[in-house]
Ligand binder design. Structure first.
Ligand code: GLN
Ligand code: ZN
Length: 759
């Protein structure tokens, strides 16, 4: 028989029950007992769903109140001093204080840092290690949940991040030292955890070491062998799980570690299956992560069966099947999507459906495809329907894509010439601008909701939005900004807004995926060839420009960001889908120009975060991503000024790609790092205009004129005065008006001060 297991189930709940409970608890609307009860019900329900699908080994420890890495920090007692209360034990409130930034006294304290979990859109809480870090078991959560699962009659397989990945993902605070040196100190704690689990009756434990899918320095690679040799508890089986990519140079290492089973990502690492088979010791279980845990497309059962059949013949009972990674990264249940188009819906599989796909594969392997009846027939039908659907394939789009020439991705003249051509814009030295959005007030959200629900007619809606645009223009003029924006009141989200207006996109109702803590995103689904039936932003921008003499900046989300924040079709290369997006957006850019918009910003907030995990794959990604941006931007005259904006500012290693985008102006986040980022400019002469963010919009604090001036002087050490812009580091939609007005006024003051100083 083939064994089914799962690496992790989404914890947020099919209707975001966990989000609601958390936020109610934080606001004081419910007490801790009620919160704990919600968690208990969710765990029970998720185990039941998995067991019903035939999953034998159920993940335990995948449930988390905020983040599984933070759970582990608490379990290991890795709690920074500033969060420690009088009592020694780490309770749930300590945990939330670490995530959300509060000292035990209730005073604000810097929250633990949060960063992206590998190349997903999930964010984990970064462990903080100090020299001589102690590791003391400090939480019972994992053990309690194991007991809970056993009480319910399930076979638990606790899931833990392995010691090397845990150390790798943390950061050193205070005095510098090599994190790897902590291995001696952390291993006894892991040993204790495993011993306790064994004592509870656990037979298998899953140790995740996703860093084996990265380029690792030699000392880290070498540490694996000895760490796993020492992590032995008699009678307790260890499944080492690697996901998010192929093993490549770590393949031999992973196959030979002294563990009882190996899980591999057979979606992204499909090419390695055969090598793994021949290198894996004959006593080990191989868990083949055959169902894509990172995307939402229904699998082709016949193709997967062909892949698995020879493996089954070879491994027999030692073959386990699972999704490629934890299902945390896909929505919970397609069943509740009754508004999705029926044809598109049958092409999809969310977490629950993915478990059913596993179950079908198991039956095909154990009893033969002929035994599978309706389930297999339905899956085949869906695969067939997607293959040939006219809904997906549009001849005009494909033709246009095939006709892309290199010239189309090149501006007419080089930057210096364009800069002269743009002098008519009459901007002062150190021009001031913002990144696009202004506070999204309750009133704006209400109007949008009413319009959506049909309670408000189109013309009333339009008038309400125009009033909002008038308001932000008036405020910007009063503050004295040089390049204005319309404020984006009509946009719920910078990707969803465009997705809804483009062909080839579908939207789920409940397709939420956890981003961090209680925050979820609902990525659009790009199922088919992308095209633009009609202009998307032109009327708003045209209206806004008609209300002011100052230049009004048009505002678009770029192709790479739309791609990176969506579930993308898997039946053609991502680069191809990105080119289709670029062509659609290029038309929008040209239409904006025709409508008299002389400055257009194409946001690429997520370009950096789309970088592949392995450096060797970077160049290919950057090539097509940058090309797509340029394709979007290059349909306009030299006189039109193209801006771009990026959020995460770790550009040092991709500086030449950023420069190759050839935007006339780039605005980036730098304020939190005190312009540290600009050090990169010492080694790289960024050729075009640049606006390093001069204040952090993620905080409600109003920056002083002095602090902004100081940052600008710092920036001037690296950027010539005639190429320096002055702007906040991101959009202002999450902020309130009072602080925004003060902050921007101070920012403009600082720019004026610099101008006088320069004169
Ligand atoms: N133009 C967008 C805004 O201001 C950019 C947001 C972002 O970079 N995340 O909201
Ligand atoms: Zn941003």
């Amino acid at each position: 028989m083939t064994t089914l297991h799962n690496l992790g189930f989404p914890r947020i709940g099919a209707r975001r029950e966990l989000k609601r409970a958390l936020e109610s608890y934080w606001s004081g609307a419910i007490d801790q007992t009620a919160l704990l009860e919600t968690g208990r019900i969710l765990r029970q329900c998720h185990w039941q769903v998995q067991a019903e699908a035939g999953i034998e080994w159920l993940p335990v420890g995948d449930f988390s109140w905020y983040d599984q890495v933070l759970d582990l920090s608490l379990l290991l007692g890795v709690i920074p001093e500033r969060f420690k209360g009088e009592r020694a034990e780490a309770d749930l409130d300590t945990y939330f204080r670490m995530a959300r930034g509060r000292a035990p006294s209730g005073e604000p304290a810097p929250a633990c840092e949060m960063t992206k979990w590998f190349d997903t859109n999930y964010h984990y809480i970064v462990p903080e290690f100090i020299a001589g870090q102690d590791f003391q078991l400090s939480s019972d959560k994992l053990f309690d949940e194991v007991e809970e699962a056993i009480r319910l009659g399930y076979r638990p397989k606790p899931v833990l991040l392995g010691p090397l990945s845990y150390l790798w993902l943390g950061k050193v605070k205070g005095e510098a030292f090599n994190k790897l040196d902590l291995i001696e100190r952390i291993l006894p704690a892991y040993g204790l955890i495993l011993t306790k689990l064994k004592a509870l009756g656990v037979q298998w434990v899953q140790l995740d070491e996703p860093i084996l899918a990265l380029d690792l320095p030699n000392d880290w690679r070498q540490a694996f062998e000895s760490v796993y040799t020492r992590l032995q508890v008699k009678g307790l089986n260890k499944l080492l799980a690697v996901y998010f990519g192929p093993l490549k140079d770590n393949l031999n290492l992973a196959c030979n570690l002294p563990v009882d089973g190996l899980h591999i990502d057979a979606v992204r690492g499909a090419d390695e299956l055969n090598t793994v088979l021949s290198w894996l010791s004959s006593y080990k279980v191989l868990s083949v992560g055959i169902i894509d845990g990172r995307n939402i497309w229904r699998a082709d059962p016949d193709a997967l069966f062909e892949t698995l059949r020879p493996i089954k013949e070879r491994l027999g009972e030692r073959l386990w099947l699972a999704p490629s990674c934890s299902l945390l990264h896909v929505p919970v249940d397609l069943e509740q999507e009754d508004r999705l188009n029926g044809e598109i819906r049958q092409w999809l599989a969310f977490a629950r459906q993915k478990l059913d796909e596993l179950s079908l594969l198991k039956q095909m392997l154990d009893q033969g495809p002929d035994s599978c009846g309706e389930a297999l027939a339905a899956a085949r039908l869906a695969v067939e329907s997607r293959r040939g659907s006219e809904r997906i394939h549009k001849a005009e789009v494909k033709q246009r894509c095939a006709g892309i020439t290199p010239e189309m991705a090149r501006r007419g003249a080089p930057f210096a010439t364009r800069k002269r051509a743009q002098a008519y814009l009459n901007l002062p030295l150190f021009p001031t601008t913002t990144i696009g959005s202004f506070p999204q007030t309750d009133e704006i959200r209400r109007v949008r909701r009413q319009f959506r629900q049909g309670e408000l007619g189109a013309s009333e809606y339009q008038r309400a939005m125009e009033r909002e645009i008038d308001l932000v223009i008036e405020k910007q003029e009063r503050i004295g900004l040089d390049v204005l924006v319309h404020g984006e009141p009509e946009r719920n989200d910078m990707v969803e807004y465009f997705g809804e207006l483009l062909d080839g996109f579908a939207f789920s109702q409940y397709g939420w995926v956890q981003s961090y803590g209680s925050r979820c995103v609902k990525p659009p689904i790009i199922y088919g060839d992308v095209s633009r039936p009609a202009p998307m932003t032109v009327s708003w921008s045209r209206y806004a420009q008609s209300r002011t003499k100052k230049p009004m900046k048009g505002m678009l989300t770029g192709p790479v960001t739309i791609l990176n924040w969506s579930f993308v079709r898997d039946d053609q290369p991502r680069a191809e889908t990105c080119r289709q997006l670029a062509l659609a957006l290029r038309d929008e850019v040209c239409d904006l120009e025709r409508a008299g918009i002389n400055i257009i910003q194409i946001d690429e907030a997520a370009l950096r975060e789309g970088l592949p995990l392995r450096k060797g794959d970077w160049q290919h990604y950057l090539e097509w991503a940058i090309e797509a941006f340029r394709l979007t931007a290059s349909g306009v005259d030299d006189k039109t000024q193209i801006h771009t904006h990026m959020c995460y500012s770790e550009f040092n290693d991709i500086m030449d790609a950023i420069a190759a985008m050839d935007a006339d102006v780039i605005t980036i986040e730098t304020s939190r790092s005190d312009m540290e980022l600009l050090a990169a400019f010492e080694h790289f002469d960024y050729p075009n205009d640049i606006g390093p963010g001069v204040y952090d919009i993620h905080s409600p604090n109003v920056p002083s004129v002095e602090s902004i001036t100081a940052l600008l002087y710092k920036a001037l050490e690296h950027i010539p005065a005639d190429r320096l812009w002055v702007n906040p580091d991101c959009g202002l939609k999450t902020r309130g008006w009072p602080e925004v007005e003060k902050a921007l006024a101070n920012m403009v003051c600082a720019a004026i001060f610099l101008r006088t100083d320069a004169a």
